[in-house]
Structures are given as structure tokens and as C-alpha cells.
Design a protein. Structure first.
Length: 224
């Protein structure tokens, strides 16, 4: 895909995602008087715009890889379907929570959770910046090399560290305790994805086994 086509696709996806996510929050809430949702959307979508512009200029091939969504591995396809369902239900519950007043999340707790969402996205960006092959799908491309610098020198899957922080902080950022269990279910889903991904990388990516011996931990230093 040429750069102009890539830019057009990025803009269209961005313009489509914003109202969709907004609708998932505000329609169940039945009101626009939902400050947690407005703050969350700002923290989520403003950085995404700048990051998109950054990669359009510095690494368009990375963006093209991120636009690929069709998994080749059967196990990964199952994980994607499960997590998509979790997110669909999970993003509807906070609005219902706001409508019916099920939760009472203190202001400072919700703001702190939004800060964690932002920190999680920063970690994801640093992983993307370091590894141009951090595609959305699990596969090994021709010419792909093991990345062991930057955040990859600390843990083997810094991108998932960022996503887990972002995901698990999301329900509290949106003012809902009731949505938290669904988002916590993304933890075993991502762990399963990592284990399957590493199995493939050990088979197909030269040097990955040595990298695993050097960088021992997948997500949490001194833990796992």
C-alpha cells in the first residue's frame, strides 16, 4: 500500500472508531453527562492521533502491519474472538453502571485509573517504536529479527504489559466496578496468547530461543 492510501485508511479507521467507542459508552448511559467517558476518550484518542502521524512519517510499514487483522494460527483466532466478546460486553457495562448508579468510584480513583490507561499506552508506543514487526497478528515475516533493546531488554512482551495495564484500568477509569471482572479476564487470554506466540517464534524466528534465555521474564520481572 502506498503512503497516501495508508494515510487515508488510517484516517478512516480513526474517524470510524471514535463514534463507535463513544456510542458504546454514551448510549447505555443514556446521557452525555458522563465525565469519566469524556476523559477516557480524550486520553485514548488524542495520543492515538499523534502516534499515527508519527508512524506515518517514520515507519509506514509498521502501520501497514498493524492493519492486518486476519490470524493464521487457529488458537490465535479463538483468542481474538473471545477477547473481542469480552471487550464488547465490557465496554457496554460502564454506561449501564452510570445510568443505574451501581458503582460509586471516587473522583481521584477514576482520574488515577485514567492516568494508568495513559501510562499503559505510552508503554505500548515504546514497544511499537522499538519493534517495527509488532504486528496485530502472530506471524514471522521474511527478514524479521529478534528485538532485544529498549523495553524488550526488560521483558519479552512489553507491548502486552502496556495493553494489560490499559485494559485492567479501563473499567475503573470509566467509573465502574461491575465491568472490572470482564476486563480482568483479558489477563488469562493474553497469557495464553503469549505462550502460543512464543511457541511459534521459537520454531520460526532464528535467535528467539537465545533471546528467551537472556531475557528470562515475559511480563513481570522476577515473576513471569
Amino acid at each position: 500500500m502506498d503512503k497516501a492510501g495508508l494515510r487515508t485508511k488510517a484516517i478512516l479507521l480513526y474517524l470510524a472508531a471514535l463514534p463507535v467507542v463513544g456510542a458504546m459508552l454514551f448510549l447505555p448511559a443514556g446521557t452525555f453527562d458522563y465525565w469519566q467517558a469524556w476523559l477516557y476518550l480524550a486520553i485514548l484518542f488524542i495520543p492515538v492521533a499523534f502516534v499515527g502521524l508519527y508512524f506515518l512519517k517514520s515507519d509506514p510499514a509498521f502501520l501497514e502491519r498493524r492493519f492486518k487483522t486476519k490470524e493464521k494460527e487457529a488458537k490465535q483466532k479463538a483468542i481474538v474472538k473471545i477477547t473481542a466478546l469480552l471487550f464488547l460486553i465490557g465496554f457496554l457495562i460502564p454506561g449501564l453502571d452510570r445510568r443505574f448508579g451501581w458503582s460509586s468510584v471516587p473522583f481521584e480513583v477514576a482520574v488515577g485509573a485514567n492516568l494508568l490507561v495513559f501510562i499503559g499506552y505510552i508503554i505500548v508506543f515504546l514497544a511499537f517504536k522499538e519493534n517495527s514487526y509488532a504486528a496485530r497478528t502472530v506471524e514471522v515475516e521474511k527478514g524479521q529479527k529478534v528485538i532485544s533493546t529498549g523495553p524488550y531488554s526488560v521483558v519479552r512482551h512489553p507491548m502486552y504489559v502496556g495493553f494489560l495495564l490499559l485494559y485492567t484500568a479501563t473499567p475503573i477509569a470509566l467509573g465502574s466496578y461491575w465491568a472490572l471482572p470482564l476486563f480482568l479476564l483479558t489477563i488469562p487470554a493474553i497469557i495464553f496468547r503469549i505462550l502460543n506466540e512464543e511457541e511459534l517464534l521459537r520454531r520460526k524466528l532464528p535467535g528467539y530461543g537465545a533471546y528467551c534465555r537472556k531475557t528470562r521474564y515475559r511480563l513481570l520481572p522476577y515473576a513471569w
